[in-house]
Design a protein around this ligand. Sequence first.
Ligand SMILES: Cc1ncc(COP(=O)(O)O)c(C=O)c1O
Length: 382
Amino acid sequence: MKLSRRSGTIEQSHIRSMTGACNAVGGINMAQGVCDLPVPSEVIEGAKWAMDQGINIYTPTEGLPRLREAIAAKMKRFYGVDVLPEQVLVSDGATGAFYTACLSLLEPGDEVMLFEPYYGYHRSTLTSIGAVPTFVRLEAPEWTLDMEALQAALTPKTRAMVICNPANPSGKVYTREELESIGAFAEKHDLIVFSDEMYEHFLYDGAAHVPALSVPGLKERCVTMSGFSKVFSVTGWRLGYAIAPLHVIEAMAQFNDLIYVCAPAPLQIGAAVGLERLGDGYYAELSQVHQHKRDLFCAALRDAGLSPSVPRGAYYIMTDVSGVNGSDDFEKAMAILEKTGVASVPGRAFYHDDAGKNMVRFCYSKPLEVLQEAAERIRKLR
Ligand SMILES: Cc1ncc(COP(=O)(O)O)c(C=O)c1O
């Protein structure tokens, strides 16, 4: 069978092959962003209760009212942002939310700016629907926004941009000033801003999350994406959401219905119960625990002679590996795996060109004892 042209447009990163290579040597997989921490009991109990109550059938495609209300309440609770429950679409992960948003708002040929290093799914989702990603480079180790680079990437075809805040893979947390500059730029050039805020609760060194919805200029033109995969450690539940103006949510709901019908019914209740019942302490601990893990692994990388860029959010570390044997990022990541048994992602997975050739990314959202073992092993690189 001849495959469609579209099916050839999705670039597979080396994440899967690194996972395979890691399994083959019984290594520690720090390549994949799987948060394997315990799920809060409130969330599990909520989902079990829902199953027992018979909440096992299709829900409205927009999501159960209880969950949409809990998401709107969460925006008020954490950020003081007013959102109507009707402005929330529950989807199959933030991944589903982004896909339906792109289908609803973009035409084939529209250019969409991505900040580099980017999250691969953003690029692939855009490509899969015929949009054209363009790239604005942020430089390690600070990843500071460069408005001149943004201006230079703008063309008459530019229709939107994607922000990942906090960012996978760089760990960048956008400041309010940066977001205001982006807001003014987006307003001036009438751009849509897709804001992926998946890691909003993973913040370090006192950093605060500034949601796009709280920034003038962005508020009216952003689609916010977030979800429960990371905050409740339920990546396999496939539960996320978008917040957008009502007419956009109505369009997105049509695609959500077509592609997914709805998100899993009892799991929606589990997430709603989590949002309703978990106190501020839960979220504070998430950041504390991950900050400790970040520090532990960054110290090991430095001891190994590497130069990590210290993330302020999310749970990945991009590190320079120029000194490791190998002609490119893939060979270097394989050399690290062979020598230490720790798997990482070759840096070019996050760049459209060779800029990631001397970088790899580690995901440090691992149980503490696994991370300690990984840190010990990484020190052997010296
Ligand atoms: C930036 C970012 N957005 C979205 C996702 C996926 O979210 P979900 O599991 O809700 O589809 C990930 C997962 O790694 C991510 O890193």
